[in-house]
Design a protein around this ligand. Structure first.
Ligand code: NAP
Length: 271
């Protein structure tokens, strides 16, 4: 049996997908700059070795499918995947971003067997991603106003990815993956506060304030990307729940409150 290549294998979603495949006893190959062979989005010369002899492919793009370079990279990767004789191409996508939708169409038009996972804002951004530091600092400042978001648990995304990689029923499907409940960022911060036992406040800021603060700590390229991303996805277009987890797995998605208690239990919010 040929291994499944997981691109983004050390990331929030990828490492869970790799673990789930391994728990099933299925052969895997890690794909990141640290794997052997390495896979580097910035060095397409690394792709052929990473893809050689691979069965299915699970793809998390870095830095984000909303980034300007994403469509060209996905176009090139799908061509390399066709060349390498890859089986199913499973793409982790975003909900509502223009470039993410372009990438989905590229995969759909590639001729590859595929499954698209269109995910909402990850709950784990607060515990493993770019919002962990703000949570530890007690203030989550975002240009999100009072918009509501159906935060999705990445454990659900990984389970859907596993299903897509191992079951032909998911061929050609596009799953819109959200949590079961809409929460504003203020409500999410309140639930994190209660679970973590520390005060975490949500502070709505303007896009300009957000970009300026982020530029200081992370540089202008990342600040521009994240500010643009927030403007795209936090304008109300995603303020609805979808049913992709139930469609794919036949069960309801995990609750944000359960995520908070599990994350608190790991000690990650103790600082
Ligand atoms: N966060 C959200 O709320 C959200 C919502 C919907 C969709 N998404 C999508 O999720 C994807 C990100 O997934 P994630 O959050 O699981 O990832 P992540 O936790 O941010 O991890 C990034 C991964 O990319 C790898 N990486 C970084 N630079 C790389 C490079 N130049 N070449 C190859 N690999 C590289 C990292 O591995 P190494 O450092 O080992 O190379 C790591 O495995 C994005 O495409 C985004 O569009 C995110």
């Amino acid at each position: 049996m040929r291994p499944t290549l997981v691109i983004g294998s050390t990331g929030k979603v990828g490492r869970r997908v790799l673990d789930l495949l391994a728990e099933r006893g299925l052969p895997t190959r890690a794909g990141s700059r640290r794997s052997d062979p390495a896979f580097d989005w910035d060095h397409p010369g690394t792709w052929a070795d990473a893809l050689a002899g691979v069965g299915n492919l699970c793809v998390s793009y870095y830095p984000d499918l909303a980034a300007p370079g994403a469509p060209a990279a996905i176009e090139a990767l799908t061509a390399a995947a066709v060349e390498a004789g890859v089986g199913r191409f499973v793409l982790l996508s975003g909900r509502g971003e223009h470039n993410a939708q372009l990438c989905e169409r590229i995969v759909q038009g590639s001729g590859l067997d595929h499954t698209l996972l269109r995910a909402s804002w990850f709950a784990q951004n607060f515990s493993e991603g770019h919002l962990l530091e703000p949570v530890l600092g007690g203030v989550v400042a975002l240009p999100a106003g009072q918009v509501a978001e159906p935060f999705v648990d990445v454990d659900d995304i990984a389970e859907v990815a596993l299903a897509a990689l191992t079951d032909d029923r998911h061929s050609g499907r596009l799953y819109e993956l959200t949590g079961p409940r809409l929460l504003t960022f203020a409500e999410a911060a309140a639930e994190i506060s209660a679970a973590a036992g520390r005060e975490v406040a949500y502070v709505p800021v303007t896009a300009g304030e957000f970009r300026a603060a982020l530029t200081e700590v992370a540089g202008s390229e990342y600040a521009d990307l994240l500010t643009g991303l927030c403007a795209e996805v936090l304008d109300g277009r995603n303020a609805s729940v979808a049913h992709g987890v139930r469609e794919a797995l036949g069960r309801e998605p995990r609750e944000f409150g359960d995520f908070c208690r599990a994350a608190a239990g790991t000690g990650v919010w103790k600082g």
